[in-house]
Design a binder for this molecule. Structure first.
Ligand code: N01
Length: 495
């Protein structure tokens, strides 16, 4: 009898708990599903007019995920029907919509509603969340699923205002813009450009690709599944599960091999890849220019079956001279002037600004951005000292360069849910990670990061101005899974 009454009390506590989730991408959707299963009330605020996050915003030609689809999806909602090993943007977006329909999550989403401010009131131990509609919501917990790659970075080029043609960023693709028969320039050769360039090359008259640094892009992806794969996965879910794990293990092995900076094996792979890059290019000068000189893994590896071969086409030109300025008609380098009609910036994202885009004010009136300064950090990338009951998904140091971030999101949500349940079930109002726990964790992250190639000097969005890794998880994924398995209340200040 006692057991039943306790459990009813607990259930009541859970159902009177209210959580604000920021963002309706993979993170926000995962958070919503897990909370719903525990009967915890929540609302999702999304600035965009629909769900999908990254996969709603990025609609450039060729947009896809270069991590295998069966791993880049929720473990609790596998999809035997992925059409290709690497799913396209539209297929992933549809997947997310299906997930939301299945779990009936859409009804909890408020679109066109940005979160303007979150303030923690120490008297009530609650967050006060203000939205763009100037509404205020009181909640017990805030979960940010706002993401890390959503603020486009457009380089300031001299005389930019005078360019007559059309220009836009890869993440703000202008669907109305007709590329057919036009002179087009793409600035950048990162993951986005690697997908855009082969997809538009045949439509345009001439394509100029401005490369500042070459990218390691010679992996050949499996181009298709053998016939019948979908049927087998549908009929035998265990085989699909096994396939997912095999994919996970394969990528983990790649981490061990490639991301151990100076290992003999890493050097060997680098040599093999250099040769593979050269083998795909017909022109000697291209071969020289497109093999990176920095360690593989320092920047994001950009697998593609057709990026390099695109440069063998007559109408595709690699430009490696530094850009001096934009002109009325195009781009001026220190050797040439390139006349263009359309300029595409595939120049990446301002990651510090993206992570710091939320205005979070702690109980002492200090904002999280002030606390963070130039190096955002959080315990397990999830919780920050001084900010009780606030959780980040894909927060600092938990993005991946080699495997599926959806896997990370699930680990994080298991931890967050455990924290919320331990708090509510024990009748606590708040929990805040202790500074010393976070400090120890940051020491671990720093020492692991130093062993990895992304801490070397090639420069990338992984690093802050001081060359410190504040974005990537620097160790293997089972380590992260182990750390996020459960919450130890001894590591928290509770009230
Ligand atoms: O951006 P990037 P991205 N003049 O920062 C160049 C994810 N993503 O949008 O290397 C000339 O990687 C810059 O040159 P350099 C993924 O996590 C995932 O391509 O700095 N060039 C570089 O070549 C990825 O890592 C998928 O010398 C300039 C490029 O622009 C992240 O998004 C697909 C310049 C920027 O590359 C970002 O990728 C697509 C300038 N002033 C994206 N400024 C998946 O499939 C910058 N550059 C999962």
């Amino acid at each position: 009898h006692l057991k039943t009454s306790i459990s009813q009390e607990v259930l009541q506590r859970r159902s009177s708990t209210f959580v604000v989730i920021i963002g309706a991408g993979f993170s926000g959707i995962c958070a919503a599903i897990k909370l719903k299963k525990e009967n915890i009330k929540f609302i999702i605020f999304e600035a965009a007019p629909d769900l999908g996050g990254t996969w709603l915003h990025n609609v450039y030609p060729g947009c896809a995920c270069d991590i295998e689809a069966h791993l880049y999806c929720f473990s609790f909602y596998p999809n035997p029907s992925w059409k290709t090993p690497y799913a396209s943007q539209s297929e992933i977006l549809q997947y997310l919509k299906n997930v939301c329909n299945f779990y009936d999550i859409r009804q909890h989403m408020r679109f066109n509603t940005a979160v303007q401010k979150c303030y923690f009131d120490s008297k009530t131990q609650q967050w006060k969340v203000t939205t763009s509609g100037n509404e205020e919501f009181l909640c017990n917990f805030v979960i940010s699923g706002a993401g890390v790659l959503h603020m486009p970075k457009i380089p300031v080029l001299k005389d930019c205002v005078f360019f007559k043609g059309e220009s836009f960023h890869s993440a703000k693709w202008n669907k109305e813009c007709n590329l057919e028969g036009k002179l087009v320039a793409v600035i950048g050769t990162g993951a986005s450009a690697v997908q855009i360039v082969p997809s538009i090359a045949d439509r345009v008259k001439n394509l100029y690709v401005f490369q500042r640094t070459p990218t390691w892009s010679s992996f050949n992806q499996t181009p298709f599944y053998p016939r019948g794969t979908q049927t087998v996965f549908k009929m035998f879910p265990t085989i699909l599960k096994l396939f997912r794990w095999l994919t996970f293990v394969k990528l983990e092995i790649s981490f061990y091999v490639i991301f151990r900076s100076k290992s003999y094996l890493a050097k060997l792979i680098q040599q093999v890849m250099s040769k593979a890059i050269q083998d795909q290019l017909q022109n000697e000068s291209l071969k020289k220019k497109m093999v990176p000189s920095y360690d593989i893994g320092c920047k994001r590896i950009t697998p593609s079956n057709n990026f390099l071969q695109t440069f063998n086409k007559k109408n595709v030109h690699l430009v490696t001279e530094p850009i001096i300025s934009l002109t009325e008609d195009g781009i001026k380098t220190d050797e040439n002037e390139y006349k263009i009609d359309i300029l595409i910036y595939a120049t990446g994202f301002d990651v510090v600004a993206s992570i710091k885009s939320l205005n979070i004010i702690g109980p002492d009136g200090v904002t999280l951005n002030e606390r963070w300064g130039n190096k955002p950090n959080a315990y397990l990338g999830i919780m920050c000292p001084g900010f009780p009951n606030l959780f980040y998904l894909l927060g600092p140091n938990t993005v991946l360069g080699h495997s599926s971030v959806v896997w990370m999101i699930e680990c994080q949500m298991n931890f967050v849910l455990d924290a919320i349940l331990k708090c509510t079930d024990n009748g606590l109002k708040s929990l805040e990670v202790l500074s010393k726990v976070n400090d120890e964790f940051q020491c671990y992250v720093t020492s692991e990061s130093k062993k990895r190639p992304f801490s070397s000097s090639c420069g990338s969005w992984y690093l802050n101005k001081d060359g410190e890794n504040f974005t990537l998880w620097p160790s293997h994924l089972l380590n992260y899974w182990w750390r996020t398995l459960s919450v130890d209340l001894k590591e928290f200040k509770v009230q």
